[in-house]
Write a protein that binds this ligand. Sequence first.
Ligand code: PGA
Length: 246
Amino acid sequence: MRKPFIAANWKMNKTIEETGAFISSFLPLVKDVRDVDILIAPPFTSLSTASQLLKNSNVQLGAQNVYFEEKGAFTGEISVSMLKSAGCACAIIGHSERRQYFKETDEIVNRKIRITRDNGLDVILCVGESLEQREQNKTFDVLDRQLSGSLLDLTLDGITIAYEPIWAIGTGKTATPEQANEAHAFIRDWLRKHKDGADSTRIQYGGSVTPDNVETLMSQPEVDGALVGGASLKPDSFAALVKGAL
Ligand code: PGA
């Protein structure tokens, strides 16, 4: 059995003060949840504060991105050792917004995953097709290309895959549970064919997940959790979502 894994991707939202206020309200709401892994990925500026507040709790800290070099003249970038010292256990890598707005290729994603895992942090690897690609029946080709490129020469240790169809992100248009399960099944098959440990690797769904639809999504056999943007920004909504995954 794969333990459900619900992660909050706050994107470019919340100051340090807002992060503190969220965590103070959120932790009591989920303190008894043991059967779901919970992670919050705030902006870099909030990591240190969040790490203090999450200490000894059942909520892990993650980063939304990382750079693929150890250190040096890379103005504005953040290394994995910085994330580690800020208390992160995990980094989200290859989010479609990074791919789209910051031109991250599968090769870059691959380098980021490698350095992150080499330094002992886990990874949430995001993959997913655009609306145009779905309409042209290219979903599986896109997933195949992203998985092959991103996971080239890498094992699945410490990796969670997040299937996030771009057309469902922030749009209120969730994939139907069947569409999500079909894509997850394709990913699981791909992992079985190419890697060891496919059956214990968790595959999250992401794209307009809310407390209202999380249960139906999670009832699908291949859906092991969710990567949540908008609905993770309010403590009560994110707590309801976590409990809906039980
Ligand atoms: P959303 O974002 O839940 O706001 O659609 C999900 C994501 O981008 O990870």
